[in-house]
Design a protein around this ligand. Structure first.
Ligand SMILES: [Fe+2]
Length: 207
């Protein structure tokens, strides 16, 4: 019933980043593979569990559903994260125009995003809601909590310690600076354009 998720290969360019070491990336990729495996495991078990025995305090289906979403969000966020790294860190294009329009300036956006990155326990995410046509910066502490529903992540930044501790110890701010130095804004612009295209009419009751 569920299709098997397959880990995407680690591109070589990620082993030559500016300020994020190959060792960090290799260790980080192993965690990503772990999320893929656990998502598949949870989905396989969902096909066998007694679905009639759901219970909000504890039940097998509850444990599997919470584990499944945690693992799936881990897979998806890391795929976005790895794909957006390997660039020259030069912001530009329509996404920057949208950022300037919404936040007043790129620097104001960067300050809020950086502050969110220093404050999150898992991820800071820039996401676009294609219906509201609004950007959101949100923090998701444990990877599957804190999202703004219907918004699509276009720039997620991993701030779990595994993303930077080998290279920077507790100096998370230095990692955030390195993250931005390696961003590929072409990729972020592609996500922005594709997400914008997904604009749908509002539900009739509000129309
Ligand atoms: Fe991570």
């Amino acid at each position: 019933m569920y299709k098997e998720i397959k880990a995407r290969p680690l591109p070589d360019r990620l082993l030559k980043l500016n300020g994020i070491s190959a060792r960090t990336i290799k260790e980080h990729y192993k965690l990503y593979e772990g999320y893929v495996n656990k998502a598949n495991e949870a989905r396989a078990k969902l096909e066998q569990v007694d679905l009639a025995k759901g219970n909000a305090t504890y039940s097998d289906i509850r444990a599997l559903k919470r584990g499944e979403s945690y693992a799936l969000d881990g897979v998806k966020l890391h795929e976005l994260y790895f794909a957006e790294l390997g660039g020259k860190g030069k912001p530009g294009g329509d996404i920057v125009k949208a950022i300037q329009s919404q936040y007043g300036s790129y620097d104001r956006f960067l300050a809020e995003f950086r502050g969110a990155g220093l404050s999150g326990r898992g991820w800071a995410v820039l996401a676009l809601d294609p219906e509201w046509e609004e950007l959101f910066i949100y923090i998701t502490d444990d990877q599957h909590n804190g999202h703004v529903i219907q918004s699509v992540p276009i720039l997620p930044m991993d701030v779990f310690e595994h993303a930077y501790y080998i290279d920077y110890g507790t100096s998370r701010g230095e990692y955030i600076d390195a993250f931005f130095r390696n961003l590929d804004w072409t990729v972020i612009n592609q996500r922005y354009a594709q997400t914008k295209k997904a604009i749908r009419p509002r539900f009739r009751i509000f129309g």
